[in-house]
Design a binder for this molecule. Structure first.
Ligand code: ZN
Ligand code: ZN
Ligand code: ZN
Length: 362
């Protein structure tokens, strides 16, 4: 945490930012270990470039602030005080202010009224490149979350999670329970798309009953000790027809090649390009309708994005998904997703579950 504060201060100096104002947003827990409650009472860390930080927090939530207390002083505010006025006083005459991206507009508008004639920017401009490079403790947390998600994916592939005769919503809830049983504190999503719904990448699991002879795309993840998991495996209920086997083999090859391409120094868009050109070569180019991946950490989706146009080279410690998919609308689809970390020794996949097409009979 201390080195993170130092890195942030160095970047603030570089960018001429006088104070960082962090409310909701993963920047706050990343920097202090404390997560603001998403409620109507304002929580805000005021980190001036030249002074010790202050955490302005509702008095009734102050007892929740336990960790890393040496990093900031605490300013609990009582029900009759105005937290915006407290923040404004702490900011003082400082001019260039970076406010966390997800601070509610109601607070930003009041802050801007209380602090006229300032320059405002999003805190992500300061923190994004720093947060994208994970330190050893963060990679370890991502690895543990990935291992827990792997155990659920293994249950899915082995047929331990019944599919045929259950609705997508039931299977989704089951996957969520299993993620918790494997150590996740929070389930962020559990997409289950069966039959024609497997062709909808962000399908909302619903009342459709899964039948035999169907593709089932399961994409799930949650938060474990603050860090996210995210994995996709596609299974087929019963023997898959040759056409689907063909589609899947193109996808499996493309996903593996994109993972192998994710080396330090390679631009993010090149990793996307590797998956895309192989899927195009297999005849499915128009059916790969989303980017290849997204960064992951405290948030499910964060920098770096593995997408055409992102020329940013991969750095050691970048953690991101590689998740190409092929979707034939109205018919079927498939996706394979692993979390990968770029290291000096090459790409390291944090998911190790078999990526071949699993046939489940239950
Ligand atoms: Zn997604
Ligand atoms: Zn996913
Ligand atoms: Zn993902």
């Amino acid at each position: 945490m201390h080195s993170r504060v130092e890195r942030v201060r160095a970047r603030m100096a570089e960018m001429g930012v006088d104070a960082l104002l962090l409310s909701l947003c993963a920047d706050l827990p990343w920097l202090t270990g404390y997560e603001a409650m998403p409620l109507e009472r304002l929580t805000m860390l005021v980190l001036p470039a030249d002074e010790v930080a202050t955490l302005v927090v509702p008095a009734l939530e102050a007892p929740r602030v336990k960790r890393h207390r040496e990093l900031f002083s605490l300013r609990p505010w009582s029900e009759t005080e105005d937290p915006v006025a407290i923040v404004a006083e702490l900011v003082g005459a400082r001019r260039r202010l970076a406010v966390s991206d997800r601070t509610w507009a109601t607070f930003v508008l009041r802050l801007q009224a209380a602090l006229p004639d300032r320059q405002w920017l999003a805190s992500s401009r300061v923190t994004t490149p720093l947060r994208a490079v994970k330190d050893a403790a963060e990679i370890e947390a991502l690895r543990r979350a990935g291992e827990a998600a792997d155990r659920v994916a293994t249950q899915l592939r082995s047929g331990d999670i019944p599919l045929i005769g259950r609705t997508e919503a039931e299977v989704s809830a089951d996957i969520g329970r299993r993620l918790r049983a494997e150590g996740h504190q929070r389930v962020n999503f559990a997409i289950v798309g069966s039959g024609p719904n497997s062709a909808s990448p962000h399908h909302e699991p619903g009342s459709r009953t899964i039948g035999p002879g169907e593709a089932v795309v399961c994409d799930f993840g949650g938060t474990m000790a603050g860090y996210c998991s995210d994995i996709t495996r596609t299974v087929f209920t019963g023997p898959p027809p040759p056409e689907f086997v063909d589609l899947y083999s193109v996808l499996e090859y493309a996903q593996a090649a994109a993972v192998a391409a994710a080396r330090v120094g390679t631009p993010c868009e090149e990793v996307d390009g590797v998956a895309r050109s192989l899927i195009e070569g297999g005849g499915f180019g128009e059916h790969f309708i989303h980017r290849t991946g997204h960064g992951i950490g405290l948030e499910e989706h964060e920098d770096p994005y593995i997408v055409a146009g992102n020329r940013q080279p991969l750095e050691p410690g970048h953690a991101f998904s590689v998740e190409p998919g092929i979707y034939l609308a109205g018919r079927w689809g498939a996706r394979i997703e692993d979390i990968v970390v770029a290291t000096e020794d090459g790409p390291e996949a944090l998911n190790a579950v078999d990526r071949g097409l699993a046939v489940v009979e239950a």
